[in-house]
Design a binder for this molecule. Structure first.
Ligand code: NAD
Ligand code: DAU
Length: 341
């Protein structure tokens, strides 16, 4: 089985590649990644010498390149995306449309032309349902109401993937997963940002009172679900993936957990307002369809956070180079004024 993985140098893609190579000795992976600010070859340092792993630096929007790469694979898993909501609400929104919509079209078109029997898994997000009123749990038929340019572009990509199934009989599947946490996550996202800031005794900028709810899932559980979908998912279907944490965990509670796990004081919490326009209040999904295939997540968020915190404590060699580069500039621009006020 030869699998083209895009965005494999990112947070989830790298976990997925590691798991696939580990669990299936017959599998080989071709990883296409542009290496944007979020892509980091160090995320896959442990597999780069494997004869079953090959890396190509390139763009999913490059039809010629993708056509060549897709020609001899059995499956395509598209992780490549601009993935950070805060960046999508800035002047960078066009980049989100380019990569997350046009890029997905190119991937689908190249697959249709050159490998029409390949299974195509489009990795999507629960954010396409928008903010979900409690106690709702949208299923895969629920109307999409994305709030940010990021989630609107991801919703368009879902529709494109499903349209290629309807019109060209392409073997496409769409997944929609909730928030992931774990090792190798770029520190613009809340869990690694707060872990690293707290390790450094720096303030953790909690948005808008911290009442918002996300459904935290271990990245390994997400990747196991995706492997299952490649094997057993039904063509043309959508699958929600989520932990269904019960009770639900508001951001303030998550923040307190992070600080407690690290033995840091709550005085590090710095409330900030207005940094996320259109901030969605609650995400939640009905996961019965993927659970019916036999998947279930690890629910112990505290245990998962302890493990994750341990990883960030030990892997300064991974995050220090990130924090000293362009990230610092982004951080100053995004948080600077709010953290000083
Ligand atoms: P990430 O930002 O860590 O990684 C994205 C990767 O895509 C990077 O390696 C980057 O270099 C690459 N990339 C970006 N543009 C590219 C292009 N034009 N061509 C080739 N490569 C390109 O993202 P992530 O958190 O690992 O998310 C991966 C996917 O999963 C995304 O599609 C995201 O929407 C989806 N998702 C993420 C979460 C989450 O909690 N992080 C949850 C559900 C779904
Ligand atoms: O739900 C799935 C989505 O989860 C994925 O599709 C996205 O790619 C991924 O980035 C993530 O989106 P979120 O916007 O939920 O994740 P983020 O870590 O940016 O924010 C999580 C919550 O934490 C959100 O309510 C905003 C809040 N937050 C975030 C940051 C960066 C803060 O309070 N402070 C912060 O500094």
């Amino acid at each position: 089985m030869r699998v083209l993985v895009t965005g494999g140098c990112g947070f989830i893609g790298s976990c997925f590649i590691r798991m696939l190579l580990d669990e299936d000795s017959e599998a080989s992976v071709l990883n296409l990644d542009l290496l944007t600010y979020a892509g980091n070859p160090a995320n896959l340092a442990d597999v780069e010498a494997s004869p079953r792993y090959e890396f190509v630096q390139g763009d999913i929007r490059d039809l010629e390149l993708v056509s060549r790469l897709v020609a001899d694979v059995d499956q395509v898993v598209n992780f490549a995306a601009e993935s950070h909501v805060d960046r999508s609400t800035s002047e960078r929104a066009g980049q989100f449309v380019d990569t997350n919509v046009y890029g997905v079209y190119v991937m689908l078109e190249a697959t249709r032309r050159h490998r029409p029997k390949a299974r195509f898994l489009q990795v999507g997000t629960d954010e396409v349902y928008g903010s979900v009123d409690w106690p709702g749990f949208p299923d895969e038929q629920t109307l999409l109401r994305p709030s940010s340019p990021y989630s609107a572009a991801k919703a368009a990509a879902d529709h494109l993937a499903l349209a290629f199934h309807e019109t060209h009989d392409l073997d496409t599947i769409v997944s929609r997963c909730t928030n992931n946490y774990g090792p190798y996550q770029y520190p613009e996202k809340v869990v690694p940002l707060f872990l690293i800031n707290a390790i450094e005794d720096e303030p953790v900028p909690l948005y808008d009172g911290g009442t918002q709810v996300r459904d935290w899932l271990r990245v390994e559980d997400h990747c196991r679900a995706l492997l299952l979908l490649l094997r057993s998912g039904e063509a043309g279907q959508i699958y929600n993936i989520g932990a269904n944490q019960d009770p639900e965990v508001p951001n303030l509670e998550l923040t307190r957990m992070i600080l407690d796990v690290l033995g840091k004081p709550e005085s590090l919490i710095q409330p900030v307002e207005g940094l996320r326009p259109g901030h969605d209040q609650r995400y939640a999904v009905d996961t019965s369809r993927i659970r019916a295939l036999g998947w279930q997540p690890e629910l112990d968020l505290r245990g998962g956070m302890e493990k994750t915190a341990g990883w960030y404590r030990e892997r300064r060699d991974w995050w220090e180079p990130i924090r000293s580069g362009a990230y610092r500039e982004y951080y100053e621009k995004h948080y600077g004024a709010a953290l000083k006020s």
